[in-house]
Design a protein around this ligand. Structure first.
Ligand SMILES: [Zn+2]
Length: 136
């Protein structure tokens, strides 16, 4: 029990530290997570632009965040709610009582939407979905 609590608190600490680090580093300073898929293929995956979007959100620039990665920006409240509930579950019960309550159908829908987004943002007609820096 105490070991799980310590791991949970350590994970929360490192997540908070990562957000602080991301907030105080500028774009192109190496704070983002490089995308291996993009480096190998030149195509954008569903996650491309997510760390830049998160940095924009931390600076309250939500429009730029949407331009970097719309699906990540729109899903972030759900992601935050899930990890917040998971964190509280580990604090209160010492185990995950959240993940089993999420319907598999919802998970499959999210996976399908993410895959479709990853495909569409590489098609010229939907180039507005590709990660774009509006400030230069
Ligand atoms: Zn990517």
């Amino acid at each position: 029990m105490k070991k799980r609590l310590a791991i949970t608190l350590a994970a929360a600490f490192f997540a908070a530290a990562a957000l602080v680090y991301l907030y105080f580093t500028g774009e192109g300073e190496g704070a983002g997570i490089p995308c291996v898929f993009h480096q190998l293929t030149g195509f954008y995956c569903s996650g491309c632009g997510s760390s830049r979007a998160l940095r924009s959100i931390l600076h309250l620039d939500f429009y730029q965040a949407l331009r970097y990665n719309a699906i990540f920006t729109l899903a972030l409240p759900l992601i935050g709610a899930y990890f917040g509930a998971l964190f509280l579950s580990y604090i209160r019960f010492g185990k995950d009582k959240i993940s089993g309550k999420i319907p598999m159908k919802a998970i499959w829908v999210l996976i399908a939407v993410a895959l479709a987004y990853g495909i569409l943002r590489n098609i010229p007609l939907f180039s507005f979905l590709a990660p774009v820096n509006l400030t230069g």
